[in-house]
Write a protein that binds this ligand. Structure first.
Ligand SMILES: Nc1ncnc2c1ncn2[C@@H]1O[C@H](COP(=O)(O)OP(=O)(O)OP(=O)(O)O)[C@@H](O)[C@H]1O
Ligand SMILES: [Mg+2]
Length: 294
């Protein structure tokens, strides 16, 4: 599928920071991995905890007459998990896509780990390596096995050796609970399994930050939790994450901060508990009233 070129085929630092397979408990509730194999508690390298990793300042974006991002300021610290919610059309996907430079912006700045987004070429490819993205549709290569889907980026773009790439891919597939499906093709897996493969594929690039754009909204209800569990354990492992989702349970469990967008603006942001119990703006109260009663 064409959409995958943007993220899946992006290059990346091939090193998986974990020494061994830090598979967490399937429920995703436990502490992720530390101890078991002597791996560090927060294996994802993405700057020092709390230091700004993704910074947007004064970001503006139009589609024709439509002002979709209006003066967006947002700083996401290393290791932070930010959930973005808001009504349809409020600009959540555009925000994510701008951070990965799938969309250009008209003014303002976006930096990842202190570097402005490059416009093109190798530097852009390197940026995409640092910014993993998981979409609603999984965008796996249909004609490649699960294992090949995960090894493709590291081998093709980063020149990782096949053996190493396979070992790392298997560890990641195990981590997301689909190692036994490695030789199958995407169509032979459930939606939840495919989405977990898509997460493993992004992780194979060893990104500094992961963007998720409604990763569970195309899934049957019984498969949503298996994907959210993987995301929760990823959050626990110290990955910096920006997650567009309306899964409030996940937001409460895993997010450090909820950012509420409406009409291309960040209307308010707060810790999940505070946001859900005491939304300050009328827009947020209205929105929460709608989604919580459905
Ligand atoms: N490529 C495009 N060309 C023109 N307009 C676009 C394009 N992409 C998005 N838009 C418009 O920009 C606005 C913001 O879209 P965006 O997809 O970012 O919203 P969203 O918050 O992700 O919505 P949803 O919850 O439905 O996914 C919408 O009005 C949308 O129709
Ligand atoms: Mg969207």
């Amino acid at each position: 599928m064409t959409g995958m070129d943007s993220s899946a085929a992006a290059p990346s630092d091939p090193r998986e920071p974990r020494g061994a397979d830090p598979r967490t408990d399937p429920a995703g509730t436990g502490d992720p991995a530390p101890g078991a194999q002597g791996t560090p508690a927060h294996p994802h390298r993405s700057g020092r905890p709390g230091e700004p990793l993704v910074v947007l300042e004064g970001v503006q974006k139009h589609f024709g007459d439509l002002h979709v991002l209006r003066d967006i300021d947002l700083t996401v610290g290393a290791g932070e998990v930010v959930v973005v919610i808001g009504p349809s059309g409020s600009g959540k996907s555009t925000l994510c896509r701008a951070i990965n430079r799938l969309e250009t912006i008209e003014s303002g700045t976006i930096t990842v780990d202190g570097r402005p987004l490059p416009a093109e070429g190798k530097a852009l490819a390197a940026l995409r390596a640092d910014v993993g993205m998981v979409f609603q549709s999984f965008n796996l290569f249909a004609h490649k096995t699960i294992l090949d889907n995960v090894t493709l980026g590291p081998i093709k773009v980063r020149g990782v050796g096949k053996t190493e790439a396979r070992e790392r891919a298997m560890a990641l597939l195990d981590r997301v609970g689909v190692a036994h499906q490695a030789s199958k093709y995407p169509a032979q897996l459930s939606g939840g399994q495919q989405q977990r493969v898509a997460i493993a594929r992004s992780l194979a690039m060893d990104p500094k930050v992961m963007l998720f754009d409604e990763p569970t909204s195309a899934l049957d209800p019984e498969m949503i939790n298996e994907v959210l569990d993987v995301m929760t354990s990823l959050a626990d492992s110290g990955m910096t994450m920006i997650v567009v989702t309306h899964e409030m349970g996940f937001a409460r469990r895993a997010a450090d901060r909820v950012v509420f967008m409406a009409d291309g603006q960040i209307v308010e942001q707060a810790a999940p508990e505070e946001f859900f119990t005491h939304p300050r703006s009328e827009r947020a109260r209205d929105f929460l009233g709608k989604i919580l009663t459905h």
